[in-house]
Structures are given as C-alpha cells and as structure tokens.
Ligand binder design. Structure first.
Ligand SMILES: *Cc1c(COP(=O)(O)O)cnc(C)c1O
Length: 246
C-alpha cells in the first residue's frame, strides 16, 4: 500500500519533469503539493516519510482530525479550500503556513485582525476564478488587481502569488485558457509595482491537467487523485458550497 503511493508520486514527478523539459523549464522550478482531502493520515504519512512534505487540506475539520497523527513528521501545511471566517482561529492553530485560497476582502481583514492579536504573519495566494464557473470560488479576474492592492495593505498577510482551479474539461484549449489567464494576471500585478507583493508562485494544475499548467508557468501543482486514488466524496462537496458562504 505504501508502494502505490510512492510509485504514483514517482510517476507524477516524471510527468512534471517531462512537462518542464518540453517547456524549457528546470525541473526544480515546480513544486509538488499533495492534496490530501479524504485521505487517511496513515497514507499521508507514507508520502511525508519518503520526503514529499508539502501537503494541503480543503477543510479545517480534516486538518484537525489528522493533525496529531502527522505532527511528529516534518512537513509543510497549506490550505486550499474555501475558508469561512469563523474558522480562522482554527486555521492558525494547526500551523498552516500558506492560505492558497484567499478570495475576498472581508476574509483578509478578519485574518489580519486575528494575526495582529496573535502577533503572527501568514503567507497567502490570491485565488482567482479563471473558469467563469459559478460553482468555483475565487475573485473575478477583473477584480484581482484591486484585491491584491487591498490585501497588500494588511501587514500580517504576505502575498506570494496567485492560485486557480482550471476548468474541468476535456477541451484542453479551454483549460489552457484558464492557466494563461492566471499567468497574465500575474504579469499585470507585477507591472502595477505594488509594494510588499511577491508574485513568485503560480499554483495551478491538478492530476488531469498538470502538464498544461506547467507549460503555462505553474510553480506549484496540486495533486490528489493521481497519487492517492479516487476519492469517495464528489468534488462538488468541496467546491460548491456557495449557499454557505459567510
Ligand atoms: C482536490 C484538489 C486538488 C487535487 O485534485 P486532483 O484532481 O485529485 O488531483 C487540487 N486543488 C484543489 C483546490 C483541490 O480541492
């Protein structure tokens, strides 16, 4: 069982490498993040022990449940799910070092208040809805620059780049369009020269579309299924909670 996880990671690494070669990038310019939603801590620990230490959850509840089982193994926790403001306190409690899904001003302001009180800082990526699907979270492309400007004024939040979930489609042209859009927004942000904004990271690409993302400049690809197998829960459970947005 540990073999399949490690074999799968090996395959993913080689897919990333191939995509880097074909787009004339160095293989170490892309980090592999393991998306661990629904995956039991024992399986995650296999990956961590083998040195694949960048992981992310979508729900605070799962972060909490697996925290004790994983805390002794060195690793880095990002958060990639929709974050409700009433969960901020818990996010900070479980050592998340980067919130990749910052997508609105009120969340940023509440995070900032909490971080000030705790005398802490947090890395963030701004999540952009590049696919135009209503079910996806993320700031609209045309409002991205403004959100980056607003967040950059909050001294506890350190902007490190942008994140998106591409269109889930077999039409690779449409998928590529999402990633290209994120990349061009990054250029736009860089051109605006906003102080205290780092645009190093582009977090995009998943099990099915990571090659396209790497070709379009991804620095972090987030892979779940291709490493841990099919999930029991449909993704709509994670991505389609519009009714409960706080
Ligand atoms: C689940 C998830 C992934 C990984 O998706 P796979 O298709 O399983 O590789 C990436 N990003 C986010 C935000 C996710 O929720």
């Amino acid at each position: 069982m540990s073999d399949d996880v490690l074999n799968n990671i090996r395959k993913i690494k080689s897919r990333i490498e191939q995509a880097c070669i074909s787009s004339h990038r160095s293989a170490d310019s892309v980090k592999l993040l393991l998306a661990t939603k629904t995956v039991p801590a024992e399986r995650i620990s296999m990956a961590l022990q083998a040195g694949h230490t960048l992981i992310a959850e979508n729900k605070i509840q799962e972060l909490k449940e697996k925290y004790d089982a994983l805390k002794e193994i060195p690793h880095e926790n990002h958060f990639i799910g929709h974050l409700q403001t009433n969960k901020i306190r818990e996010l900070l409690k479980y050592n998340v070092t980067c919130l990749q899904s910052l997508d609105r001003r009120d969340l940023a302001e509440k995070l900032h208040q909490r971080l000030l009180t705790a005398n802490q800082q947090l890395d963030v990526l701004i999540q952009v809805n590049t696919s135009g699907e209503e079910s996806k979270f993320g700031v609209l492309p045309e409002e991205t620059l403004q959100l980056v400007e607003q967040v950059s004024q909050l001294t506890t939040l350190k902007i490190k780049g942008l994140m998106t979930i591409g269109l889930l489609s077999t039409d690779t042209g449409k998928v590529r369009h999402c990633f290209r859009l994120l990349s061009s927004l990054r250029q736009q942000v860089i051109a605006a020269g906003i102080p205290d904004v780092d645009m190093k990271e582009l977090s995009m690409g998943m099990s099915g579309d990571l090659e396209i993302a790497v070709e379009e400049g991804a620095t972090i690809v987030r892979v779940g299924t291709a490493v841990f197998g099919q999930r029991p829960t449909p993704d709509s459970y994670y991505w389609n909670e519009s009714a409960t947005v706080s």
